[in-house]
Design a protein around this ligand. Structure first.
Ligand SMILES: *[C@@H]1O[C@H](CO)[C@@H](O)[C@H](O)[C@H]1NC(C)=O
Ligand SMILES: *[C@@H]1O[C@H](CO)[C@@H](O)[C@H](O)[C@H]1NC(C)=O
Ligand SMILES: *[C@@H]1O[C@H](CO)[C@@H](O)[C@H](O)[C@H]1NC(C)=O
Ligand SMILES: *[C@@H]1O[C@H](CO)[C@@H](O)[C@H](O)[C@H]1NC(C)=O
Ligand SMILES: *[C@@H]1O[C@H](CO)[C@@H](O)[C@H](O)[C@H]1NC(C)=O
Ligand SMILES: *[C@@H]1O[C@H](CO)[C@@H](O)[C@H](O)[C@H]1NC(C)=O
Ligand SMILES: *[C@@H]1O[C@H](CO)[C@@H](O)[C@H](O)[C@H]1NC(C)=O
Length: 573
């Protein structure tokens, strides 16, 4: 659909075949023991309904890709910063030729036409009626209803692969993943009243108390983190911002925001839009804040950096991971993907099957290997509660992915403290990556037993770092004050983009995947947040449960908040 390549040879017009099913040995490939809570089965899916099924083909050398990622991201590696080209990444993730041959034969036997969804050829799409899909994967696609919203979706509780595809197809989607209604998948943003229309500050005061006296505005963030107003000069560098349908960013409101808070900038400073899955940044859609926030705190902080809004539309969207996957595949298909990508959306980890989550996480490893810093808002639900109603905490995707940098939230200033809503914790899906061992072991040794039974502390811990999340002033017909890690991630993305500009001027490669550098040495350029904590009240919690920020890394603010001047010094810039 998006990228074409030699593997478009997958598009086949089949020959008629004798029923291939007679001789087929099926083996159950994925299953869910029960209908997930919140959903109810309505009945068999109508046999003629067309399903757009995605097939993830086994990649040639996925472990090799991860090794290659660390070789370019670990500051002690001889090839640190020597990022891979598109072709080099694809040489690891493209399916092997016997996989291609086998899958092609299966398509032909079944008279199917497939489309390649990724430049590497590891994702295919086939449109088939439910009746045929049931035969192909020995399953019964069923109509399920989401009880709270009434939304209907076709899924199954188990499916099988024919013998010939076993070992060649990693998963078929959508099958056992149950989509979460989209409104809940955005990192929740809550509004705290309306800010008075500010009078234009002439130049950013460098003193935090006065810069932050009217709320978190660009001058406040610049003063807190010593971000310079100096424009970026390397026009070929890009900062990507992810947006999902409904979260349109309004050009006129950005202009008002810049006139008000960046009088030193050209108020016509703009951003580009790349639509994915039919997305278009229509201006007649009312604001739901997220898009305005993400654009105003990138264009408005990363002075003169090329900001591109990757805007995902409604096609193929039912609240599942498809938009995340499609965006990653679009970026991986580019010769030069954006050097920084910030996304303020996510899911509760256990809402999605690991098989699918891991495919998206692995795509972020590919982007890291290409030199992209992939940043995610940690989430706004504190340590969060397990959806099964137990007293366990719950991690969030994609912050649980070891190949992204997760950004938690702070509040207040002088000093900043942990924001009460900041998500953080430990993954049940991913073990702790080696780069986190020292920092996280130190936290666990000092944290005491208060939460020990509620966390799986062997998992990937998040967030990695933090930035302001409270009192964020955004223009959306009025000046509103918002809160959420949805602000923290764009703020950090702006800082990384400005660092990349300085690096490029010095003839050096961009920051890329931050974590191996961050946990080894980068943390020294961050201000440790040691007070405040996140809060949650899960069923059975009396009273509200608090996770405190501590000295050193903690699962609320990570290593703390960035200092641009210290980052420059650490990077010898
Ligand atoms: C194969 O597909 C073509 C095009 O959709 C259709 O005309 C033909 O009848 C199909 N053949 C069989 C055996 O299903
Ligand atoms: C699908 O449903 C039919 C009718 O209820 C049943 O006979 C069949 O075993 C089911 N197939 C699978 C794979 O569950
Ligand atoms: C804060 O608001 C006051 C009153 O509107 C104004 O005089 C001052 O310049 C503002 N300060 C900043 C940093 O925006
Ligand atoms: C920014 O770009 C959009 C889309 O091209 C355009 O409609 C808008 O007028 C531009 N804004 C400014 C301030 O130039
Ligand atoms: C910014 O980057 C996008 C994507 O590469 C490109 O289409 C656009 O022209 C660039 N904008 C500017 C002002 O250079
Ligand atoms: C705890 O995390 C590990 C990964 O570190 C995982 O293998 C294990 O299944 C998790 N335990 C539970 C109960 O989810
Ligand atoms: C967190 O800090 C508060 C205030 O200092 C304290 O009362 C509480 O016991 C701490 N909670 C934990 C789990 O350490």
């Amino acid at each position: 659909m998006f990228a074409s390549s030699a593997l478009l040879a997958f598009v086949l017009v089949g020959v008629s075949a004798a029923s291939p099913l007679a001789a087929t040995t099926f083996r159950v490939h994925e299953l869910r023991p029960a209908v997930p809570s919140g959903f109810t089965a309505v009945g068999p899916a109508p046999p003629q309904t067309t399903l757009s099924l995605r097939l993830a083909l086994a990649q040639g050398d996925p472990d090799g890709l991860i090794d290659a990622l660390y070789r370019v991201s670990d500051p002690d590696s001889e090839t640190y910063g020597q990022y891979l080209s598109k072709e080099e990444v694809e040489s690891f993730v493209a399916p092997k030729s016997d996989t291609v041959t086998t899958v092609n034969s299966w398509l032909t036997e079944n008279n199917l036409t497939a489309t390649s969804l990724s430049s590497a050829g590891d994702w295919l799409s086939v449109d088939v009626p439910v009746a045929k899909a049931n035969e192909l994967f020995n399953t019964n696609f069923t109509l399920f209803k989401h009880i709270a919203t009434g939304g209907e979706t076709v899924r199954t509780l188990e499916y099988s692969l024919p013998g010939s595809l076993q070992g060649h197809v990693d998963l078929v989607h959508p099958t056992i993943s149950f989509p979460v209604p989209v409104a809940q998948s955005a990192a929740a943003l809550s509004k705290r009243g309306q800010a008075a229309a500010p009078s234009s500050p002439k130049l950013a005061p460098r003193d935090v108390a006065s810069a932050c006296s009217n709320g978190t505005i660009p001058a406040c963030v610049q003063a807190l983190y010593n971000i310079p107003l100096t424009p970026a000069v390397n026009k070929d560098l890009q900062l990507g911002v992810t947006g999902f349908f409904g979260n349109n960013a309004h050009y006129a409101w950005l202009e008002t925001f810049l006139e008000t808070y960046r009088p030193d900038m050209d108020p016509a400073t703009n951003f580009s839009v790349v639509g994915i899955d039919g997305g278009s940044n229509d201006q007649d859609v009312p604001s739901v804040s997220e898009g305005e926030l993400d654009i105003q705190y990138t264009v408005g902080l990363a002075t003169d950096v090329n900001v591109t809004y990757y805007f995902i539309g409604f096609d193929n969207q039912d609240g599942d991971l498809d938009g995340f996957l499609d965006e990653a595949n679009v970026l991986l298909g580019l010769d030069t993907p954006p050097q920084v990508l910030t996304t303020s959306y996510g899911f509760s980890e256990s809402e999605l099957p690991f098989s699918l989550v891991d495919k998206v996480c692995q795509a972020y490893a590919q982007l890291g290997a290409r030199g992209t810093t992939v940043l995610y808002a940690a989430g706004d639900s504190g340590p969060d509660c397990a959806p099964d109603g137990s007293d366990k905490f719950e991690a969030r995707f994609p912050s649980d992915c070891p190949f992204v940098t997760s950004v938690g939230g702070t509040q207040s200033f002088s000093p900043e403290e942990a924001w009460t809503g900041s998500s953080g914790g430990f993954s049940n899906y991913y073990a702790r990556p080696a780069y986190q061992d020292t920092a996280v072991s130190a936290y666990l040794a000092s944290a005491g037993p208060a939460n020990a039974a509620r966390w799986n502390t062997s998992g990937r811990a998040f967030p990695d770092i933090a930035a302001k999340a409270d009192d964020i002033v955004v223009f959306e017909t009025v000046f509103a004050r918002l809160q959420g890690t949805s602000a923290s991630s764009p703020i950090v993305a702006s800082i990384v983009a400005l660092l990349n500009d300085r690096l490029a001027s010095a003839g050096r490669p961009p920051m890329g995947f931050l974590n191996p550098w961050l946990y080894k040495e980068g943390w020294q350029a961050f201000t440790d947040v040691t007070t405040g904590g996140s809060e949650v009240q899960c069923p059975g919690d009396v009273p509200v449960h608090q996770i405190n920020a501590t000295e050193g890394w903690d699962p609320v603010t990570g290593f703390g908040t960035p200092q641009f001047d210290k980052l420059l010094a650490l990077l010898n810039l």
